[in-house]
Design a binder for this molecule. Structure first.
Ligand SMILES: Nc1ncnc2c1ncn2[C@@H]1O[C@H](COP(=O)(O)OP(=O)(O)OP(=O)(O)O)[C@@H](O)[C@H]1O
Ligand SMILES: [Mg+2]
Length: 278
């Protein structure tokens, strides 16, 4: 091939590349515009006082809170690890109780909703000890219990707590016989429906600790990825060892260490921080 011909070919492929890039950028813009314009027609909106949310450690709503940036770092790491592979369903679990799983799942879900390219749904899948409705001050709302036990359609159960691009699917009360329900075909249908309803949506499932009951392991089968939460002074080494034997490793994104204080910050202003192993 002559030099001129080669140069022309290169120019052609460069301009094609430019076009593709521009087209991608336009598409991205169109998606974020579309997402920003979401108006919740069917979804029930409950406007929650931001101060009450912050009291419950739902801090990611506040751009000025120093922890918001930490949740954005966690969000970015998770998006980098999942987006290209189309992974959308993320289970948050841990090792025992009181490790901050629900708080971290909630803040992560809000931080993800703030990123322009997707919406987020937070599902309370701790059917033995649901807490998301309490953290978001929603009162006694309907939820998955009504879906599983009474056949109430999912679209009647979603709640937007006044945070853009963010919806909650509450548990709606404790469910007896959770392992059977979680392992049932109806559960599989539910996850499929949630996953397929909106392609631009990440779904964060808050679940109990892996050593507490069989529920989180049953649920892990339907999930694309798993994030574990350990808490300094709460989670012990034996608990970590036994969970690492059972958790599906290929799905594990990493571990968030909650309540971690850097040695040089023990006396500092921040009461708690997060450290990530992912
Ligand atoms: N980093 C932290 N600093 C101070 N308090 C915290 C921290 N993380 C969690 N907590 C407190 O610990 C309690 C448990 O938090 P959370 O409900 O998020 O934990 P969990 O792991 O989901 O619990 P469960 O095992 O019951 O589902 C709450 O009272 C919460 O405010
Ligand atoms: Mg919890």
């Amino acid at each position: 091939m002559s030099k001129i011909k080669k140069a022309l070919e290169r120019l052609k492929s460069e301009s094609q590349l430019k076009e593709i890039k521009e087209e991608k950028a336009e598409r991205k813009e169109a998606i974020s515009e579309k997402l920003e314009k979401i108006v919740y027609t069917k979804t029930k909106v409950i406007h929650v006082d931001p101060e009450k949310l912050k009291e419950n450690k739902i801090v990611a709503i506040d751009e000025e809170d120093p922890l918001t940036d930490q949740f954005k770092v966690l969000r970015t790491r998770i998006l980098n690890r999942t987006r290209a592979e189309g992974k959308k369903t993320i289970q948050v679990s841990g090792f025992g109780i009181d490790e901050g799983k629900s708080i971290i799942a909630s803040n992560l879900a809000i931080a993800m909703a703030k990123e322009t390219r997707q919406t987020t749904l937070l599902v309370d899948l701790d059917l033995r000890n649901p807490s998301i409705h309490k953290l978001f001050c929603l009162g006694d709302v309907k939820g998955l219990k009504d879906y599983f036990e009474k056949g109430v359609p999912l679209e009647e159960l979603f709640i937007n707590p006044g945070i853009p691009k963010f919806t909650i699917l509450p548990a709606g009360g404790k469910i007896i016989g959770a392992p059977e329900i979680l392992g049932s075909p109806k559960m599989e249908t539910m996850v499929k429906e949630l996953r397929e309803r909106y392609p631009d949506r990440y779904i964060i499932f808050d679940t109990p600790g892996m050593n507490i009951c069989p529920d989180p392991l049953i649920v892990s089968e339907y999930m694309d990825a798993i994030l574990l939460v350990a808490r300094v002074g709460v989670t012990d080494q034996d608990a970590i060892k036994s969970v690492m034997k059972i958790v599906p490793k290929e799905k594990l994104l990493g571990i968030v260490l909650n309540d971690f204080i850097w040695a040089d910050e023990i006396m500092s202003y921040y009461k708690y921080r997060y450290k990530y192993y992912l």
